[in-house]
Design a protein around this ligand. Structure first.
Ligand code: PLP
Length: 469
């Protein structure tokens, strides 16, 4: 063996088991500290960035040194989404069984593309598809693809929609592309998520082509303001407004769409899971009438990141839109996962997803959804009791919080972010600044919320004191 390959051999195989054990103990230590951790790293911790800043290393070093750097210092610069006091964006924690399953899955390092590359990934993805369709009350035989997140799920679904609509007019996108194709109509709500606009632009729909429907005070599409769709129309509705958590009138819109044969896509990144609970199912009324759906398991279901799901009622339409071929591709008679997603090689996301569904079962998923909703209600009631203004009807997991003046709201939010107790993002709600609270982690309990309410009160006191100076 020459000198170079000896070096590589040594670096790579250097005590693999010891390295993994070291990583595991850092991970366990992290979890043990989670309940005390600030949800956002302190200024002091962020100074550790400098430990990572260096030129590309010329020489190799011990792998254990690298893992130590992450374990000792990288961990201090993390955002504790997975703790119970982080309410920023719409994130979601991680269930212990999902994390454990992910460790195993990562060790297996399966390529999820084909059955021939991973029978276990194929079997579990097939099961997840069936179970999720049943859990969310989608039509029988709906197809599902496991993607990185809702953004990709939406692009995937809208590609299938575009192709199917154009095919009805006799235009085959696979053969003829988009130049010169008949025009589609696209209808979305004024508060559709930015990922919907991105997806539309990626499938060839310009902003000027989009018909935007005005919304009501909760951010829901106003049906009476929607121009009637035709057979060449794609409508995107929202299950879970990114600020208020509200749901568009999905049932009514689907009924109108059905009459003319328009395609309805449901962006249900966080809200589609409402369908899994008897208490919140009413919010998703009519979703089974839509043509495609997208959701994130990494939000409400508390799967680790990189877990979005696209559903399409017509399996062939999804598969046709995602088709790929190559002499070397060995399709099997079992499920080949790459048929359902833009990606070919990818990790086997269904391993964690299956682990969650198998552990929780239907009743456990329902309990998780109910718990998040309960905590959001509890949080909003406590805030309201101490004089904060709640700007939305808290129907799901989102709360919009404001103070008596815009300046106080802004300063209070800054104070909350600096508190080290709780972290929330900001937003603009009908032109006014607001604090946005998303209850998305299974770890959030009433005790955590009580601490956070105190942090809100202190931040507001401080804001009021400063403004009266
Ligand atoms: C989070 C979210 C998205 C985007 O999801 P990613 O997983 O971040 O790509 C899309 N729509 C809504 C309503 C969301 O809440």
């Amino acid at each position: 063996m020459n000198k170079q390959s000896q070096l590589l051999e040594m670096k790579i195989t250097e005590n693999e088991a010891a390295l993994l054990k070291c990583a595991t103990s850092y991970a366990v230590e992290y979890l043990e500290q989670l309940s005390e951790m600030p949800p956002f790293p302190s200024e002091e911790s962020l100074e550790k960035c400098s430990l990572f800043e260096e030129l590309l290393p010329e020489h190799s070093c011990e792998a254990s040194q690298v893992i130590n750097l992450l374990g000792e210092h990288g961990s201090k610069m993390t955002v504790a989404h997975t703790g119970g006091r982080y309410f920023g964006f719409v994130c979601g924690g991680v269930l212990p069984v999902a994390l454990s399953a992910r460790w195993i899955a990562d060790t297996w390092d399966q390529n999820n593309a084909l059955y021939a590359m991973s029978p276990i990934a194929s079997v579990l993805e097939n099961l997840c598809e069936r179970w999720l369709v049943e859990l969310l009350h989608l039509p029988n035989h709906t197809a599902a693809g496991m993607v990185g997140g809702s953004s990709v799920a939406i692009i995937t679904a809208l590609t299938a929609a575009r192709n199917a609509i154009l095919l009805k007019t006799g235009w085959d996108v696979h053969l003829r592309g988009l130049f010169g194709a008949p025009r589609l109509r696209v209808i979305i709500g004024e508060q559709a998520h930015s990922s919907v606009l991105k997806a539309l632009s990626m499938i060839g729909i310009g902003v000027d082509m989009i018909e935007r429907v005005p919304v009501d005070e909760q951010g829901r599409m106003r049906l009476e303001c929607m121009r009637l769709p035709d057979a060449n129309t794609l409508i995107v509705v929202q299950a879970g407004n990114v600020n208020s958590g509200s749901f568009d009138p999905i049932d009514e819109i689907c009924q109108i769409a059905e009459k003319v044969g328009a395609w309805v896509h449901v962006d249900g990144a966080s809200g589609l899971w409402a369908a899994a609970s008897r208490r919140t199912k009413y919010l998703c009324k009519g979703i089974e009438r839509a043509n495609s759906w997208s959701t994130d398991a990494h939000k409400t279901l508390n799967a680790p990141y990189d877990s979005g799901i696209v559903f399409c009622k017509d399996r062939d339409q999804l598969v046709r839109a995602m088709q790929a071929s190559g002499a070397y591709i060995e399709y099997s008679s079992a499920r080949d996962n790459m048929l359902y997603t833009p990606e070919m090689s990818r990790r086997a996301r269904s391993i964690e997803l299956w682990a969650i569904l198998k552990t929780l079962g239907r009743e456990g998923v329902e309990a998780l959804v109910d718990q998040l909703c309960h905590m959001a209600t509890y949080f909003s009631e406590r805030l309201s009791d101490v004089g904060f203004i709640i700007g939305n009807e808290v129907v799901f997991n989102q709360i919009i919080v404001q103070c008596e003046s815009q300046a106080t709201t802004i300063a209070t939010l800054e104070g909350i972010k600096k508190s080290g107790v709780c972290w929330c993002g900001g937003t603009t709600w009908f032109g006014k600044p607001a604090i946005r609270v998303s209850v998305s982690s299974w770890r959030t309990d009433e005790e955590a919320i009580d601490l956070c309410v105190d942090a809100f009160i202190s931040a507001r006191e401080c804001a009021r004191r400063n403004s009266s100076k």
